[in-house]
Design a protein around this ligand. Sequence first.
Ligand SMILES: Cc1cc2nc3c(=O)[nH]c(=O)nc-3n(C[C@H](O)[C@H](O)[C@H](O)COP(=O)(O)OP(=O)(O)OC[C@H]3O[C@@H](n4cnc5c(N)ncnc54)[C@H](O)[C@@H]3O)c2cc1C
Length: 436
Amino acid sequence: MIPHQVAIIGAGYAGLACAVELARRGVQVTVFERSHTLGGRARVEAKDGWRVDNGQHILLGAYTELTRLLRTTGVSPKTLTHLPLLLHTPGQLHLEAARLPAPFHLALGLLRARGLSWADRLAMLRLMRGLKKRAWRVDPAHSVAELLRQTRQTPHLIRLVWEPLCVAALNTPLAEASAQVFANVVRDSLGAAASASELLIPRINLSELFPVPAARFLAVRRGKLRTGTAVEAIRREQGQFFLTGDPGRAGYQQVVIATAPHHAGSLLASVGDCERLAAQVEALPTEPIVSIYLALGEGTHLPHAMIGLANGPAQWAFDRGRLGGREGLIACVISAHGPHEALSREELLLAVHKQLEDELGRRLPAPQWSQVISEKRATFACRPGLLRPGCRTPVPGLWLAGDYVDSDYPATLESAVRSGVAAAQQVMRFAARPKD
Ligand SMILES: Cc1cc2nc3c(=O)[nH]c(=O)nc-3n(C[C@H](O)[C@H](O)[C@H](O)COP(=O)(O)OP(=O)(O)OC[C@H]3O[C@@H](n4cnc5c(N)ncnc54)[C@H](O)[C@@H]3O)c2cc1C
């Protein structure tokens, strides 16, 4: 055991990834979490005897760090349903990657696709080839809309493929989304090995997927997890950090702030010497995500586990019954800002139920149970040229982790855990530095 006490503030995917990495290397960690539920923005919510996630999440085969951490913490691979890339919008589009190595999985998928003209298919290939030729580098000031215009994408392809993919991956509308981050996502999914573009959909809730196994992993390595404990401020005294709200009142050699950016600002400001960084973190623009759950009863199924919806307000629907959940439970997702924000909860439920009926072309039962979960600051708005902070802060031994920390990726579970692992590496280096 390394004689070094490290505090991690936040038990979301970033904080727990950091804690697992440190505990694995023998560092004693204490994780503070204000909530009684683990997982942060990827957590289970219980209501009326139902347990649903605060939002339906999709993982990609390209999420290499998260899948490694799942293995490290002993999570069975069976907890994720692997689906080959499939974009199915009822009556409009069916594009399914073939079970072949790249790039033939996509080439054959495109050849067999239904609902795309030859002009659409050629436009898609033009975008992919163009990006690859430029080594996936694009003008950092450009939006995705600009990239699609430059590469002459057809309106049909934009509406049915690029727009839903952009909003799903970056949670930012086309006209405002960063072309460079979009290119990075395309590079590491559609442009990589066939397995990288697979969709991995959790069969268990998001708190059980990684946070609970991570907590178990920590418990057997003398790590401490203090749930229901909000850290109000961080104080530095004689080379140690003390946390207001820590019932143990311990001193820590290093601290990792692994909260969402809107909670990190005040913690940074409380330490001193970090006012500019605090202001930068707090100024990050955000986008919402609304999740609508409809329990339509046994016998109700969608044509696939995940389908695209083309005529708003919802963009995607998931058949939880096909994904380890209760039969007939449908999860619908509305990413980013939009006209749906003007609707009341009841109006939104009615609008989404009707949308499903219209797009599936059949009547559906009235919901036996429903739930609308609105995450107002679900992710940062992934805009061109956005200044994201790094892991390092001006205070030695104080680090940042979280999905907003600078990386190639938008705000995702993968960027969250990568930032946590990167923060753990900095902690290890700092602990090993020669003392003066
Ligand atoms: C509805 C929704 C759908 C999404 N869909 C996808 C998807 O399909 N695929 C994907 O990859 N990503 C998706 N994301 C994004 C993903 O959930 C986030 O990127 C990720 O969970 C962020 O993790 P984090 O650890 O950085 O932050 P958080 O999850 O916000 O964790 C921070 C933790 O810190 C705690 N905390 C805050 N302040 C304090 C304090 N003072 N003291 C103690 N604890 C504190 C919080 O309670 C929280 O648990 C989605 C997000 C939402 C909201």
